[in-house]
Design a protein around this ligand. Structure first.
Ligand code: FES
Length: 216
């Protein structure tokens, strides 16, 4: 009979339950009035949004922190000074080393004196260990003398007299052959480096200062 009704174009009978479901599907959700208290569902949605925002903020903070750590690691991993500028390494040809009996050779850009002693090679910092003046080499006296307060040092940088509290400071020196292989270098005490016969290069590292020993 029902088949006959459809075939004849008669309206199909719909149950009450199905009618209510269809009505709910086409009815738009109620819009909250301004100032009205949000429903539990809206509050839950707002809570999720807030949580997502906090997650994004935390991730952004983490990203900034990692970027800063990377920048610090880069800064300390790579040398900050170039060869040939103070703070970096100066390569001096061994043949430029002064004769044993001669006075020191000044390297103003590197702020050191290159000295040849009986025990070997030294690179002495040009700044006085008293209050930081630049001292001079006095050939007639064979001594370093500071013009500020008269501190005096031997050619090796050893304290002689005056208010300076310690010997002159020294830089680390490496003696290398023609291929660049290191033959000898300054020991931790800063003593002179004996000069091998096949040394071709004197590398003075002005980034590595060894303080002179205190006297008295
Ligand atoms: S700064 Fe050299 S003696 Fe005072």
């Amino acid at each position: 009979m029902a088949v006959d009704d459809q075939v004849l174009g008669k309206p199909k009978r719909v149950s009450a339950k199905a009618a209510r479901a269809a009505q709910a599907a086409v009815t738009p959700p109620p819009v909250a009035a301004p100032g009205a208290t949000p429903s539990a569902e809206e509050a839950a949605q707002q809570e999720i949004t807030r949580r997502e925002f906090l997650n994004y903020a935390w991730l952004a903070s983490l990203g900034i922190f990692l970027a800063q750590m990377g920048a610090v690691a880069y800064h300390f991993t790579f040398p900050r000074f170039k060869a040939g500028e103070f703070g970096g390494t100066f390569n001096v040809a061994a043949k430029e080393l002064p004769e044993l009996a001669a006075g020191p050779a000044a390297y103003n850009q590197g702020k050191f004196w290159l000295v040849h002693t009986d025990q070997g090679v030294l690179a002495i910092y040009k700044v006085c260990t008293h209050l930081g003046c630049l001292y001079d080499w006095k050939p007639t006296e064979g001594l370093f003398i500071c013009p500020c307060h008269g501190s005096t040092f031997e050619k090796s940088g050893k304290y002689v007299r005056g208010p300076a509290p310690r010997n002159l400071d020294r830089f680390v020196v490496q003696l290398k052959d023609a291929s660049g292989a290191t033959l000898a270098q300054t020991d931790p005490s800063g003593g002179p480096v004996a000069l091998p016969s096949n040394a071709e290069i004197i590398a003075v590292d002005t980034g590595k200062l060894i303080q002179g020993a205190r006297h008295g």
